[in-house]
Design a protein around this ligand. Structure first.
Ligand code: UDP
Length: 258
């Protein structure tokens, strides 16, 4: 049986740092890191150019309780450095599967990783290297969700995959609201106005400006990344329903949106 054809040429995968900690309260769980690496390698083996933007929430967040008495900019610098630690951790796990990678950071750490340069990042992707973007946007008061939207736009990716621990986007938190409904598709506008748990508003706005669709899906389940990239029938698709790109992706959904 031939493998289903991938729907994309270039994607950005946004991973929250939380995905690396598995059952632990903090840090890195070896099994969880390996699982994420497997998902990235799976996408790569489909022939897709893969960029990964990684968060730092398993180590430090600038808006966490631990940072509440700190200067926010200092806390955000620590958070950005946390994302670089995660980028290196993931790089090591991916390279153990013999897949070439580059870590590029928005804050220069010369002996450790390459500085982020847009044209060079595109070149790496074209050369079939997984590019892991560390350091977020390089600016405080932003999140790595915004970094994913930014790197997606800059590298002309076709979609942002937001890997989470839930199946997609619901009208409310299903753990608290029993009749919360799963959304197959959602507009940027609705995600913003209803403050749905997709990405932060800066990231959604930037994606909307770049007409960059977002697919929120359950990354905890093995094989889901490949399924999003081929069958395209899981997760929640967010975008502009007027755009051809959104309509093409939405056509795979059951039921197809009206
Ligand atoms: N951060 C930042 N600027 C950025 C990206 C991240 O200052 O462009 C800091 C911020 O403190 C954030 C932390 O890095 O809380 C970790 O990133 P994020 O919270 O997005 O990680 P995730 O929730 O995805 O694990």
């Amino acid at each position: 049986m031939t493998a289903p054809a991938p729907r994309f040429k270039r994607v950005i995968l946004k991973l929250s740092g939380e995905m690396l900690k598995g059952p632990l309260a903090y840090g890195h769980d070896r099994g969880a890191v390996e699982h994420i690496a497997n998902e990235v390698c799976d996408a790569y083996r489909l022939g897709i150019e893969v960029g990964v933007v990684i968060g730092g929430g398993n180590i430090f967040r600038g808006n966490s309780d631990a940072a509440s008495t700190m200067n926010r900019s200092v806390a955000d610098h620590i958070g950005m450095i946390a994302t670089v630690i995660n980028a290196l951790m993931l790089q090591d796990a991916i390279e153990r599967q013999d897949i070439p990678t580059r870590v590029m950071t928005a804050i220069p750490i010369d002996p450790v990783a390459e500085p982020y340069i847009r044209r060079r990042a595109i070149r790496h992707l074209e050369q079939r290297r997984v590019v892991i973007f560390g350091g977020g946007t390089g600016s405080t008061h932003f999140s790595t969700d915004s970094a994913a939207a930014l790197r997606g736009a800059e590298t002309e990716a076709e979609v942002i995959l937001k890997g989470t621990k839930v199946d997609g986007v619901y009208t409310a938190d299903p753990r608290k609201v029993p009749d919360a409904k799963f959304l197959e598709t959602c507009t940027y506008q609705r995600a913003l106005v209803e403050n749905l748990n997709v990405m932060d508003s800066a990231a959604i706005s930037l994606s909307r400006e770049s007409n960059l669709p977002i697919i929120v899906y359950n990354l905890a389940q093995a094989g889901n990344t490949r399924r999003v990239l081929t069958d395209g029938d899981i997760g929640t698709l967010i975008g502009d329903p007027e755009s051809a790109r959104f309509r093409e992706l939405a056509a795979r959904r059951t039921p197809a949106p009206a």
